[in-house]
Ligand binder design. Structure first.
Ligand SMILES: CC(C)(COP(=O)(O)OP(=O)(O)OC[C@H]1O[C@@H](n2cnc3c(N)ncnc32)[C@H](O)[C@@H]1OP(=O)(O)O)[C@@H](O)C(=O)NCCC(=O)NCCS
Length: 184
């Protein structure tokens, strides 16, 4: 399925495009973001890091991989990408989702708002039953986003992160929990 544009009260989530490379390069090239991420992300971040990343992901999508990539932009606003979420709709993976937000926008509930919309997409539009997400045990903000969006802790897995942390929490997000949370 084609990745849709999704509107929330404060954000537009729109499909990732090559034209987002300069904004992503500017916001993502930040140790406070990268230190929380798995070591598959290059650091020091290369000058063409965002462009290379976007080209690679768009090629995967064009080749039929079931991965959805959104950039987050504020509304109202100038449309600049201030973050990214990807969601992989396949069952056989340790971690179906990843996200980051530019540091000036942290702790305003924006990622929780965006992830709620992505959960709606996963369960209501794609119709999947459950998926898994992970974060380094030291990543309090990511854990909190998961707790606020219906994830249940299922155990630990090993994933090497840039900050040296290799112990990751793994969470399951089920349609049942998500619907229950939204009825409250
Ligand atoms: C993780 C991230 C996307 C969160 O985005 P955000 O928009 O700030 O998230 P929200 O505001 O929706 O929620 C953050 C929550 O974490 C809490 N939090 C943040 N830092 C915290 C800390 N050091 N200790 C405890 N709680 C913390 C906030 O108080 C908030 O919880 P609350 O609403 O209960 O008060 C952002 O911090 C980020 O981009 N981090 C770097 C990249 C990253 O870690 N990605 C995830 C990899 S698994």
């Amino acid at each position: 399925m084609k990745t849709p544009t999704i509107q929330t009260s404060r954000l537009i989530l729109r499909p990732l495009a090559l034209s987002d490379a300069p904004a992503i390069q500017r916001h993502f090239n930040n140790w406070n973001i990268i230190r929380n991420l798995a070591t598959v992300v290059p650091w020091p971040y290369p000058d063409d890091g965002a462009e290379t990343f976007i080209r690679r992901e768009l090629e995967k999508i064009a080749a039929g991989e079931e991965v959805h990539h959104w950039v987050l932009a504020l509304r109202p606003g100038d449309g600049e990408a201030i973050g990214n979420i990807h969601f992989r709709a396949t069952a056989e993976t340790k971690d179906n989702r990843g996200f980051w937000l530019a540091e000036p926008y942290w702790n305003r509930g924006l990622m929780t708002e965006a992830i709620s919309a992505v959960n709606d997409f996963a369960f209501n539009t794609l119709g999947i039953e459950q998926f898994y997400v992970c974060n380094a045990v030291s990543n309090e903000a990511s854990r909190r986003v998961k707790q606020k969006t219906g994830a249940e802790f299922v155990g630990y897995v090993e994933i090497a992160h840039h900050n040296g942390q290799s112990k990751s929490e793994r969470w399951r997000v089920t349609r049942e929990n998500w619907l229950r949370l939204n009825r409250l």
